[in-house]
Design a protein around this ligand. Sequence first.
Ligand code: NAD
Length: 500
Amino acid sequence: MTDSSLPGVPVLINGEFRQSQTTRWRDLVNPATQERIARVPMCTTDEVAAAVAAAKAAFPAWRKTPIGTRARIFLAYQQLIRENIKELAAILTREQGKTLADAEGDVFRGLEVVEHAAGIGNLQLGEVANNVANGVDTYTLLQPLGVCAGITPFNFPAMIPLWMFPMAIACGNTFVLKPSEQDPMVTMRLVELAIQAGIPKGVLNVVHGDAEAVDAICDHPDVKAISFVGSTRVGTHVYERASLAGKRVQCMMGAKNHAIVMPDAHKEQTLDALAGAAFGAAGQRCMAISVTVLVGDAQKWIPDIVERARKLRVGAGIDNLDLGPLISGAAHERVVSLIAQGAQEGAKLEIDGRDIKVAGYEKGNFVGPTVFSGVKPGMTVYDQEIFGPVLCLVNADSLEQAIEIINANPNGNGTAIFTQSGAAARRFQEDIDVGQVGINLPIPVPVPMFSFTGSRASKLGDLGPYGKQVVLFYTQTKTVIARWFDDDVSSGVNTTIRLQ
Ligand code: NAD
């Protein structure tokens, strides 16, 4: 049952923030306190159609808007985000749970993409080949597609929407965004700022909801391209449904990121990096390190890894300690039961975060840092994405064996190696089949002049979000082959020459 006295999160259709007409709503709950803070509508297929219609109507004028005018909106937008970053982080922490420092990082990584979108004049460039035949030139135009859509997950409610709509709109498209129904409030504040920065009516629209709204986006004939970030299960569904309907689709999906620790790694830096990457944001990062493969003598560091985990402080995001609560009661239940299963299946529970108590926040969805050693492929804690503060330690005899283990895992989102050997690092970067590769860096998220990527079950579609690849994703390449006849008879030269 939802509480109808709570403020409703509005939709944005054709420049107007308004309340949804749906009968289905979901309460938004502060994960540290269980305080109900707002309610979010589960939009209907008709509301999705209204948002797409507004985006379609806005497209002809927006695609003709000069590239410099489009760019200047994103210059204004990045400034507004910068000025409001503390407020944005506070909204995010209240609805999502991560610490204020992490929340600010979430906004900041999105802000970098907005800065990049402001440089669209240097990014949306075609190519030209002069005189490919006598009097003939060839050149390409990168033209916007029309209505594009974005479907985003709960874990980065600021950064991931900002991976999508700024670049799509800067390229001259119009957009329908469907944020996570678990924490849409910071996304809506970012959308308000985008409108304040000057994005015209209908160019950016927002609907909320679950499978009904997502399926309506996948099926709508006027949606030309979909960017999805979320779990492998839902992403595969979106990819299949929307690509069968003839759309371009890019899906960035689930993860089980492994780090390799070689015995020659710099011990203190490696242990610090692992603790931050495994337990930061309560493990709810798609780039969290959830498995560490200890090679040879690095297996002696297990007590040090456990000690680092034990020292981390768990608390409400607003108190800005090391890690906050999980997003929901359901997520808490899932993580707690996976920990129980890991112990039953024979992994050694070195530190158990299930019984953590946070004074003043007894109802919060907290799980403390948890470490299993002796983990093997085939155990549930290894095979499933836990998406909580749980680190699995796996042993390997050699770098080759460690690489084999990682390449045999279905996921290929992020990975890292810790070593002081250039030869080992190079071997790793060559042979590993994973999208983001860190060398002595635990969370190698690309900056916006590159693009996020992924291998195997972590990605469907061939172009990644943001960066150079997304300009190709959000545009149609048109190739023009042009011949101009020179009728200047006064020169006495007739240049109307045939193609060879
Ligand atoms: P999710 O797949 O449950 O939800 C993602 C989106 O899909 C949401 O907008 C949600 O409303 C929608 N959705 C949920 N169920 C649906 C259904 N049955 N049919 C249609 N749409 C549906 O993911 P989440 O729990 O919000 O986010 C966590 C997941 O996202 C993790 O698996 C994580 O690894 C992944 N993730 C991946 C990346 C990446 O770049 N690879 C980044 C962040 C998160």
